[in-house]
Design a protein around this ligand. Structure first.
Ligand SMILES: NC(=O)c1ccc[n+]([C@@H]2O[C@H](COP(=O)([O-])OP(=O)(O)OC[C@H]3O[C@@H](n4cnc5c(N)ncnc54)[C@H](OP(=O)(O)O)[C@@H]3O)[C@@H](O)[C@H]2O)c1
Length: 262
């Protein structure tokens, strides 16, 4: 039975990955900070799908956190066939007005931990000439986003990095997929402290996390390098930047994302 390691598995898209992969008979290693939520999910999935579910409680924004997770996996003798780098968060507001520590933590989690885990787990996958990685970016990866400047920049990194890894590893039979969801049902907007006016006026329907995960796994099966989930509006958002002058693009995004409260 293959084993998947999922970061940010305690809720939202990560928990949906855990449920869908357990249903598809994967053993799981669940990683996040909330031990109670991870243990509860592990017990449910073990019982429901008769798979083995391990839990690693780890703050992935801590320096060396990816290495700590990898070392635990090696020490326990587990093999990871699918790595899902999903843990991440955003932060809404004018960059200069938001706490610097939060921006740096975002870089550690959204970028550094993902790079560390990708590098460490790719070694074994390349030796075995099998395995896959799903890196979770966002449709925010396709353009600069005023009021989500750091978040969009971290996701642009994830998209560029993942597509390059896809090309480097495809001939070895290793899949690397960059998942780019649009607005999805999860704690994301609460954690990012979106203002009330943005929550109500953005108008875009939230897609269930389970649907995002099914589309991602379908794309991974087809060995695609990236997938934009959530239908035509998200395809337009992802492709529009290629057709617009950059200054006009960022001015338009600024208007859409400026809070009415400002
Ligand atoms: N929801 C959306 O609209 C949307 C759209 C595009 C992309 N995404 C991306 O999807 C991914 C999953 O987000 P989500 O929407 O499912 O949000 P979520 O419900 O807030 O889930 C985030 C997950 O990341 C974990 N996490 C947060 N900080 C962590 C840390 N320091 N160390 C370890 N784990 C940490 C959380 O668990 P703990 O709190 O227990 O640690 C939780 O399991 C993120 O990368 C996000 O950027 C989301």
């Amino acid at each position: 039975m293959p084993t998947a390691l999922i970061t940010g598995a305690s809720g939202g898209i990560g928990a949906a990955f855990a449920a869908e992969l357990a249903k598809r008979q994967h053993n799981l290693i669940l990683v996040a900070r909330s031990e109670d939520k991870l243990q509860q999910l592990a017990a449910t999935l073990q019982q429901q799908f008769k798979v083995r579910v391990e839990v690693i409680v780890q703050d992935l924004s801590a320096p060396g956190a990816g290495t700590a997770v990898f070392d635990t996996v090696v020490k326990k003798g587990w093999r990871v066939d699918l790595l899902v780098n999903n843990a991440g968060f955003g932060d809404y507001g004018v960059f200069a007005d938001r706490p610097l520590a939060k921006q740096l933590t975002m870089v550690q989690l959204n970028i550094v931990a993902l790079v560390e885990l990708s590098h460490l787990f790719l070694q074994g996958m390349r030796q075995r000439k099998s395995g896959s990685i799903i890196n979770v970016a966002s449709i925010a990866a396709f353009q600069p986003m005023p009021y989500l400047s750091m978040y969009a920049a971290t996701k642009a990194f994830v998209l560029s990095f993942s597509e390059a890894l896809w090309a480097e590893n495809k001939d070895l039979g290793i899949g690397v997929l960059c998942l780019c969801p649009g607005p999805t049902e999860s704690e994301f907007f609460a954690v990012a402290e979106f203002p009330q006016s943005m929550a109500s006026s953005s108008g875009q329907k939230l897609v269930p996390a389970a649907e995002v995960v099914r589309d991602a796994l379908k794309a991974l099966d087809k060995n695609e390098s990236n997938v934009v989930t959530g239908g035509i509006p998200n395809q337009i958002i992802a492709n529009m930047p290629r057709l617009m002058p950059r200054e006009l693009l960022v001015k338009s995004v600024e208007k859409v994302f400026r809070a009415k409260e400002e």
